[in-house]
Write a protein that binds this ligand. Structure first.
Ligand code: MOS
Length: 739
């Protein structure tokens, strides 16, 4: 019995449609107390003193906590550099500083949310303001105020790639294309703002019920800050309500755990509940990294790119979060998916007092890809060559060597994916190669101009760069002669993508039993082993392999008449390696997905409005375990990327956010999304994927913005190197408004 390739109905679709699914904000326990957080509201300051006496005397206040209550006052996923609570009396040096407006300073726990909110305002904090580093250029100043004095520089890290001999190769180039590209911050805008509940469970564990992307990482970070053994901390995810990378780093997890734990020490055994407002959510969690990318590429007149020089600067914001990994992906994508034999690439992550930047669908890929694809599109124009033909002459194929000096893992389908997308978009293969269709005509006499653009990309799967990818699954088989019941434990997070449906499908298929026979226990550190994160397009691949391993072991026990059969299997993916410091040489990724996208759009040259009419998105997913869910991922990704490309304008000035609400930060509504998305699902199996599946959740994001700007060029003849292409920016590009 196999469910692979079947669009099994999402297991939680009915409960979500009916409003019955329980998200962290919906879950209440008897006798719960409410927590509110005092955020710094200052971009950069030393917290000299915190006076909580008035707040503590407010009737209904149960407790107020500050830095001195945090045993090990630090956290961070890759680099541990952020205080749990900022203020004096802490165990860690420089934890008395706030570095962005969403830094947390104090917690109030009270009988009601209203009382807690009132009491937060009664806390008196004495700040000594420090100069605010509000941009990449500020951060690059050598004599600027240090945001992390113990780091010694506002440059978090610099990575360099040296491949071939770029200086020499530029001399062989017939044309050189240069550009400076700016990509924006982006807010995840998930439906469920940060919320959660903490309590001490029946076995005495500090338990947090919350939305996240990786239960076991959160368990570890909580245990570290509270200085508790791992098994004293439990993390449970109910329905999650969207994540997109924005839940990869902590928000309410540690402070919730801290509050319940400290209350218990005071003899108060009460659950603690928190729900962030939308404004707290927008200020309180990380954003997509804004990048500035300087690119110079050289090509021969036959259309072979021979050299690239790229410099990437990222606004990392106030803390490291996942900036180093994001930069790794941006570096690779800044010349990919093309085989460029000579390249000098430098990437700098720069600390600022802006909101920390971190993971967001694509994980650095979209930033690098925008520069690469703009360069490609401009190069095609300079060479008088069709943009698809130029791409086809340069895209990676089986055996291609990347700028990091190693070959791509097997299963490279970029040429095929590009060809399928181009054909669907009306390109024709002629004796001279690919030829684009006529630019579509707009209604005569109107202000509308139509254009078509195409771009392609690849997206790595996994955290990469030497991080050992792992994923575990546990399967128990019960019955006498026949298997009558299967109990399946997995920590993989269903962030809304349908992960739990796909995991169940894979478990049933690996065991050869009906899905109905499987009882699932998901996303609880008390019962499931580490699955790794639901991010980096990794979960289906990693979880599938863990499930196949556990199923095979359980079935073997079953054959040996062990009843019940119980097996846990830990899948370890192929090893990757980090950038070698001088050259960037590495084997960074275990696998990739390949994507090409064609956009048809309309520019209103009077209002500057850009409207997407049609998006064709061709994705090699290896094997679509559940085609409907794959389509959902493609459509969701395209819509989110369309917002990134033409609408979502996150503005920070002087360390303050000017777009703290969804009325000032606009995300796409039904009227803004593309009229049509054509999802083209291709299945070239990945040799390491379960049933050949590749990760695919992020890749449709990458080529959308550069396909849009290529289409804008086709429509109105100007290159837009900065986005989102809001009406103002479009009119400025047309010379109708000042820049
Ligand atoms: Mo994501 S950016 O892989 O959570």
């Amino acid at each position: 019995m196999s469910y692979i390739g079947q669009s099994v109905q999402k297991i939680d679709s009915v409960s979500k449609v009916k409003g019955e699914a329980m998200y962290p904000g919906d879950i209440n326990l008897p006798d719960q107390a409410y927590m509110k957080i005092l955020f710094s509201d200052r971009a950069h300051a030393i917290v000299e003193a915190i006076d909580t006496s008035e707040a503590e005397q407010e009737p209904g206040v149960i407790a107020v906590f500050t830095a001195k209550d945090v045993p090990v006052n630090e956290y961070g996923q890759i680099i541990i550099d952020q205080p749990v609570l900022c203020g004096p009396g802490s165990t860690k040096p420089y934890a008395d500083r706030v570095r962005f407006i969403g830094d947390q300073v104090a917690l109030v726990v009270a009988e009601t949310e209203e009382i807690a909110a009132r009491a937060v305002k009664l806390i008196r904090v004495t700040y000594k303001d420090l100069p605010v580093i509000s941009s990449i250029d500020d951060g690059l100043q050598e004599d600027g105020e240090l945001i992390h004095p113990d780091h010694g520089s506002n440059i978090l890290n610099h990575v360099q790639i040296r491949h071939g001999n770029a200086e020499e190769a530029f001399k062989q180039a017939d044309v050189i294309v240069e550009g400076v590209y700016e990509t924006p911050a982006q807010e995840h805008a998930f439906l469920q703002p940060e919320a959660g509940l903490s309590y001490i469970d029946e076995e005495g564990r500090v338990t947090v019920v919350v939305s996240g992307q990786w239960t076991h990482e959160e368990q570890e970070e909580i245990a570290h800050a509270l200085d508790l053994p791992l098994d004293q901390v439990r993390v449970i995810y109910p329905a999650i309500g969207g994540a997109f990378g924005g839940r990869e780093d902590m928000s309410v997890q540690i402070v919730l755990a801290l509050a319940a734990w400290r209350l218990q020490q005071r003899g108060i055994n009460r659950p603690v509940k928190i729900i962030w407002s939308r404004e707290e959510s927008i200020v309180g969690h990380a954003k997509r990294h804004p990048y500035r990318i300087h690119a110079k590429w050289g090509a021969t007149k036959e259309g072979k790119v021979v050299a690239a020089e790229v410099k990437l600067y990222a606004d990392a914001g106030a803390y490291a979060y996942t900036s180093t990994t994001v930069m790794g992906n941006a570096l690779i994508n800044s010349t990919a998916p093309y085989e460029i034999p000579n390249a000098n690439i430098d990437g700098y992550n720069v600390f600022t007092n802006n909101i920390p930047s971190a993971a967001f669908r694509g994980f650095g890929g979209p930033q690098g890809a925008f520069a690469a694809e703009q360069q490609m599109s401009k190069l095609a124009e300079m060479l008088g060559m069709d943009p698809v033909e130029l791409r086809a002459r340069n895209v990676v194929k089986e055996g291609s060597i990347l700028t990091v000096g190693t070959a791509l893992p097997e299963g490279v389908s970029m040429p095929e994916v590009l060809a399928v997308c181009a054909e669907k978009a009306g390109w024709q293969m002629t004796e001279q190669g690919w030829r684009r269709p006529e630019t579509p005509a707009a209604p005569a006499g109107s202000n509308l101009r139509r254009g078509r653009g195409l771009a392609c990309a690849f997206k790595n799967i996994g955290f990469s760069f030497g991080f050992q990818e792992e994923c575990s699954a546990t399967i128990e088989l019960y019955g006498d002669a026949e298997i009558e019941k299967v109990v399946f434990y997995h920590a993989g997070a269903d962030v809304g993508q349908g992960g739990h449906t796909v995991l169940k499908q894979m478990a049933a298929s690996a065991l050869g039993v009906p899905v109905e026979m499987i009882e699932t226990h998901y996303s609880d550190t008390a019962t499931a082993l580490n699955s790794g994160s639901a991010s980096a397009s990794r979960l289906t691949m990693m979880a599938g392999n863990s499930i196949i391993g556990a199923a095979n072991q359980a079935l073997k026990q079953w054959k040996n008449e062990e009843r019940p059969a119980k097996a846990s299997y830990r899948y370890l993916a192929r090893k990757t390696t980090p950038f070698e410091p001088m050259t960037g040489k590495s084997f960074p990724n275990i696998a990739y997905g390949y994507v090409a996208e064609a956009v048809e759009l309309e520019v209103d040259i009077e209002t500057g409005h850009v409207h997407l009419i049609n998006v064709i998105c061709a994705d090699d997913v290896g094997k679509a375990i559940n085609p409907d869910l794959v389509k959902g991922q493609i459509e969701g990704c395209v819509v989110q990327a369309a917002g990134y490309a033409v609408l979502e304008d996150f503005i920070q000035r002087g360390g303050q956010v000017l777009t703290k609400t969804l009325s000032t930060y606009l995300i796409p509504t039904i009227l803004d999304i593309p009229d049509q998305v054509d999802s083209v699902i291709l299945e070239y199996p990945d040799p390491t994927g379960p049933w050949g599946a590749r990760g695919m959740a992020e890749m449709p994001f990458l080529p959308l913005a550069p396909a849009v700007t290529a289409a804008i060029h086709d429509a109105v003849g100007v290159w837009v190197d900065r986005f989102p292409v809001t009406p103002e920016r479009m009119l400025a590009a047309l010379g109708k408004l000042p820049e």
